[in-house]
Design a protein around this ligand. Structure first.
Ligand code: PMP
Length: 380
């Protein structure tokens, strides 16, 4: 029995999305820019998906741009804003726990002369909204903060930070990397004054290589790619209609099942937390109030890689930190203030709509077996 518990890295595509993809490849296969009927059919699929994404965000459909994924959305948002507002200020405020597609893009701005302030989480894994209010000043042109951290699941205090900052600094641009929270938590962009928001399809039962960027009306961006002018000139290139249609179908399913799936993840999370508490020296690194679809914990005395491969031998897939870090020791976990011993032995388990309680029990049994074996070998 194969047990896949790495759904923050990517998810299995749902049948609804796979069918929409197949249909767009083989039936409605036109180019949405073409003026004939085949083109219009393809354009209709893109329009439907845009409406679906807009429904989740409570925004107008014309604010949604489709991209090749959240890495591209994050780059376009940050580099595009920096290029469009060259005289707006020189400081960027962000967090110390962003995904590399945000943190490295902001590092690139720092190399070009921007000042960067990185807000760190408080002990326990949560952020204090006041730390953001203190960090932003009149020279700050961009605040980029994620919605849910992808390594330990911290939910960032968007509602406590963004309106307060916008009142004080109306021209501040706010970007949110929402990949791990989008379609899981309600978001109302009519009320929350976010300017730019990135999301990705493959974390939500859609294929890899498609995502989106919300751009608030009136916000200007400079494109990163130049070409045929698709997606309002901000993402030139023929839209991958099959991927966009698949994402639309997956998003409709996510929206329909949002509350039920969050409850499902929460039950699995509680079961895993209870099981870990019964095992020896397996402290949880995720905050108590973290997002339910993932849990980070450490198996003290057993390096992450060793346990990961042991679990793999039992056909259980988990992650050590984030998939993008490819086994490097996580700088994000260190930024959370976790001691080295915990960082070195950290594992991230993340659930899908298909994960079962029996799979969690099988994981717990394998963790107990692996910990006993490797701790004995090293007398840890
Ligand atoms: N941001 C976060 C928080 C993520 O978890 C990920 C995916 N690991 C990304 C951005 C990048 O998304 P994509 O794979 O669509 O480029």
């Amino acid at each position: 029995m194969e047990i896949y518990l790495d759904n923050c890295a990517t998810t299995r595509v749902c049948p609804e999305a796979a069918e929409a993809c197949m249909r767009a490849m083989t039936v409605d296969y036109g180019n949405p820019a073409s003026l004939h009927r085949k083109g219009m059919e393809a354009e209709a699929l893109v329009t439907d998906a845009r409406r679906e994404a807009a429904r989740i965000l409570n925004c107008e459909p014309d604010c949604i741009l489709f991209t090749g994924g959240a890495t591209e959305s994050n780059n376009l948002a940050i580099l595009g804003a920096a290029a469009a507002y060259p005289r707006a200020g020189k400081t960027v405020v962000t967090t110390a726990v962003e995904h590399p597609s945000v943190s490295r893009t902001i590092d690139a701005l720092e190399e070009r002369g921007c000042t960067v302030k990185r807000v760190v989480p408080r002990p326990g894994g949560n952020f204090d909204p006041q730390d953001f209010l203190d960090a932003v000043d009149g020279d700050t042109f961009l605040l980029s903060m994620m919605m849910v951290n992808n390594e330990i699941g911290t939910v960032l205090p968007l509602a406590a930070v963004i309106p307060a900052l916008k009142r004080r600094f109306p021209r501040l641009l706010v970007h949110v990397d929402a990949v791990q929270g989008f379609a899981k938590y309600p978001l109302n962009l009519k009320r929350l004054e976010i300017d730019l928001l990135s999301f990705s399809g493959h974390k939500l039962y859609a294929p890899k290589g498609v995502g989106g960027l919300y751009v608030r009306r009136g916000v200007r961006l400079k494109p990163v790619l130049y070409g045929g002018g698709q997606e309002k000139g901000l993402r030139s290139g023929t839209q991958p209609v099959e991927l966009i249609a698949a994402m639309g179908a997956a998003l409709a399913l996510c929206e329909q099942n949002r509350a039920a799936w969050q409850a499902h993840y929460a039950a699995l999370n509680a079961r895993l937390r209870e099981g870990l508490a019964r095992l020896d020296r397996m402290p949880v690194n995720s905050p108590e109030n973290g997002a339910p679809h993932l849990l980070n914990f450490s198996v003290l005395g057993v390096p992450s890689e060793i346990m990961l491969h042991f679990l793999e031998s039992r056909e259980i897939s988990v992650s050590s930190g984030s998939a993008c870090a490819r086994g490097e020791k996580s700088a994000v976990l260190a930024a959370y203030g976790l001691p080295d011993e915990r960082v070195k032995s950290a594992l991230r388990v993340s659930f899908s709509r298909e994960t079962t309680p029996e799979e969690i029990d099988a994981l717990l049994a394998a963790l107990a077996e692996g910990a006993a074996r490797f701790r004995k070998m090293t007398r840890a």
